[in-house]
Design a protein around this ligand. Structure first.
Ligand code: FES
Ligand code: FES
Length: 215
């Protein structure tokens, strides 16, 4: 090694300490945020104003942009008829209707729905005037604990409309023909709604009753 470039480890440490104290004496801040600054940034929530139309009523909310539609309904508007089961799009307990189409509200952000018409189980019927599917679930004993029931009913409303609109399913033999409501079609189309109590046969009976029979 060139003698002029020879530097011991001790010399290097002394040089580093001198530079640091020089920076401190000039009041220079070390580069990057301090732990306290990082903590503050983590607590600054990305809030936004959003207007939602739910069951024909307009609601103005200030929400963290990451709030799901399900949490907006339950935690902010106290519409607790819509249930949280898995919170991962796998059980259907959180099913609501958006512009007449069924969706899993746990998989959708509330801020995606300004201008949409959202219908929850509370908007389908009232205890005095039940929706035909609500009445059929009562008549056919289509539930036990009832936890999945709001999602089942909202899903069934959307599903019967899909049949009317000619939307095919995985078991439709001819995807361009108008689908008929067979038991296979019904079970396939409702397969996204799980019932831990296993009330499936009564749920099918209730839906078939409202549909006026199966093909
Ligand atoms: S809670 Fe949304 S699918 Fe289970
Ligand atoms: S009635 Fe209990 S989960 Fe379906």
């Amino acid at each position: 090694m060139n003698e002029a470039l020879k530097i011991s480890r001790r010399d290097l440490m002394i040089a580093g300490a001198v530079s640091a104290s020089a920076l401190a004496s000039q009041g220079a801040e070390p580069a990057g945020p301090t732990p306290a600054q990082q903590d503050g940034a983590a607590h600054e929530l990305p809030m936004v104003d959003v207007r939602l139309t739910i069951n024909d009523r307009s609601h103005r909310l200030r929400l963290d942009t990451r709030t799901t539609l399900l949490d907006a309904l339950r935690e902010h508007l106290h519409l607790t008829g819509t249930k949280k089961g898995c919170d991962h799009g796998q059980c259907g307990a959180c099913t609501v209707l958006v512009n007449g189409r069924r969706i899993n509200s746990c998989l959708s952000l509330a801020v995606m729905h300004p201008g949409d018409n959202i219908t929850t189980i509370e908007g389908l019927g009232t205890p005095e005037r039940l929706h035909p599917l609500q009445a059929a679930f009562v008549k056919h004993d289509g539930y036990q604990c009832g936890y999945c029931t709001p999602g089942q009913i909202c899903s069934a409303v959307g599903m019967l409309d899909e049949i009317k609109r000619g939307v095919p399913s995985h078991v439709s033999a001819d995807i361009v023909a108008m689908p008929l409501l067979s038991t296979d079609e019904l079970r396939e189309r409702m397969s996204g709604n799980l019932c831990r109590c296993g009330a499936y046969s009564n749920i099918v009976e209730a839906i078939v009753d409202v549909a006026g029979g199966v093909a």
